[in-house]
Design a protein around this ligand. Structure first.
Ligand code: SAH
Length: 215
């Protein structure tokens, strides 16, 4: 496995910066984690384009600049325990794992979790735990979390996820109808409630109830 050429890598990082990824720690993590490891088949050769691509189970790996913007919106600290809802390819979780203490990531498709786990192992990313679960209920046995990232669109921030956020915690979630442009929002939990701010327009697959039907 050779990874991208120096020139391809430079273009990838340039695209990230020009699309608003400015946090140097996030850029470093995205330089270190090879996106090509999370994409198989026909689309692998497009791994370093700033574009979403199809993965198994009819899902998508997000656009790299959106991965970067979501990661920097979380304002991670190295001590954080993070929950990601929507493992997909595992790429976003891998980026989070370089910037946080512990990452829990769940997907409703068992196949995606299995394949992501294989990549995490081969990259030696030992602080990620990936599980098959309906993440709209959060992960009560590991709650509360310092940070929560949802990478599928909900009509509203799911109540169980708000409840599993620590005081002082941050959640980033795309909200809106699944077939329309959605808004990425950041929720901060304070002593006296939640503050919301709108970050940018995005397009994600929907957050669905229950588990996917695959092996
Ligand atoms: N973060 C991923 C991209 C996620 S695509 C990456 O880096 O590649 C969105 C994912 O959310 C899909 O894999 C889909 O199966 C998952 N998903 C949708 N609804 C879910 C739910 N209720 N619980 C867990 N995962 C869900």
């Amino acid at each position: 496995m050779t990874g991208p050429s120096a020139e391809t890598k430079m273009q990838f990082l340039f695209a990230l910066r020009s699309h608003g990824v400015t946090d140097t720690r996030v850029l470093k993590a995205m330089e270190e984690i090879d996106r090509g490891r999370f994409i198989t088949g026909l689309f692998a050769e497009r791994s370093y384009e700033d574009t979403p691509l199809p993965i198994a189970c009819g899902q998508t790996i997000s656009q790299p600049s959106i991965v970067g913007r979501m990661t920097q919106a979380l304002q991670l600290s190295p001590r954080d325990k993070v929950l990601e809802v929507g493992t997909g390819s595992g790429y976003q979780a891998a980026i989070l794992s370089r910037l946080a203490r512990r990452v829990y990531t769940v997907d409703r498709h068992a196949r995606l979790v299995r394949e992501a786990n294989e990549v995490f192992q081969s990259l030696g990313l030992v602080n990620i735990t990936a599980m098959t679960a309906d993440g709209s209920h959060g992960l009560p046995e590991q709650a509360p979390f310092d940070r929560i990232l949802v990478t599928a669109a909900a009509e509203d921030p799911p109540g169980p996820l708000l409840a599993q956020l620590k005081i002082g915690g941050i959640m980033v979630v795309p909200v809106g109808q699944s077939d329309a442009v959605q808004t990425l929002i950041r929720v901060r939990r304070g002593e006296n409630g939640f503050d919301y701010d709108e970050l940018l327009p995005v397009r994600f697959v929907p957050l669905l109830e229950g588990l996917g039907r695959d092996g």
